[in-house]
Design a binder for this molecule. Structure first.
Ligand code: SF4
Length: 191
């Protein structure tokens, strides 16, 4: 009789395993093919959500997406529509600030995030990894921003002339260099 119970038990376990295997592709949040491998086993936890921290200074960050890896670590991702698949320093700073705010809320956040570039030509998405700045670096940036705002220090000029073209301070900034025109004339020293 015992052998019969054992056979039935094994049969039930095998059947449950087969059902589980059959449903596995439906349950796994593999997502689209462009999703980085490390996020395919994870889950999307936030989409277009705003976070803020109050200390040491008030900072607001709006995330496009945040995934949670199977090990529990959060990974931010920003979507950018661009003609080519590339990242900029501004992407790294933006994602690093998001990481900073999430860390202030006691979440564990990876120092590697992703910029999901949506190619303007055909809408294809390419997820590019970026290494983020740590919390100390972001606090230095915040301190510098506050010093600039209080006029305790002067801006040193743009890291690239194109930055001035889209800057909201260009009408009052003494360092405004006339954007790409100045660069083309060779009148620019980037800092
Ligand atoms: S206009 Fe002034 S503040 Fe704006 S990017 Fe250029 S140098 Fe910097």
């Amino acid at each position: 009789m015992l052998w019969l119970l054992a056979v039935i038990s094994i049969g039930i376990v095998a059947w449950m395993w087969a059902v589980r295997r059959a449903l596995w592709p439906l349950r796994r949040p593999d997502g689209p093919p462009w999703l980085p491998v490390e996020l395919r086993e994870g889950e999307l936890v936030w989409s277009e959500k705003q976070f803020r921290c109050e200390r040491p200074v008030p900072v607001v960050a709006r995330v496009d997406r945040v995934y949670r890896r199977p090990d529990g670590v959060l990974v931010p991702m920003e979507f950018k529509r661009r003609p080519v698949a590339r990242t900029y320093l501004a992407d790294i700073v933006e994602l690093s600030v998001q990481r900073y705010v999430l860390r202030q809320a006691a979440f564990e956040v990876s120092l590697r995030a992703y910029v999901a570039v949506v190619l303007a030509a055909d809408g294809r998405i390419i997820a590019l990894p970026v290494n983020l700045e740590d919390s100390a670096a972001i606090e230095q940036r915040i301190a510098r921003l506050l010093a600039l705002r209080s006029r305790a220090v002067e801006p040193e000029g743009p890291i690239h002339p194109a930055v001035c073209l889209r800057c909201g301070h260009r009408t009052v900034c003494k360092r405004y260099v006339g954007g790409m025109a100045a660069a083309a004339d060779g009148h620019l020293e980037t800092t």
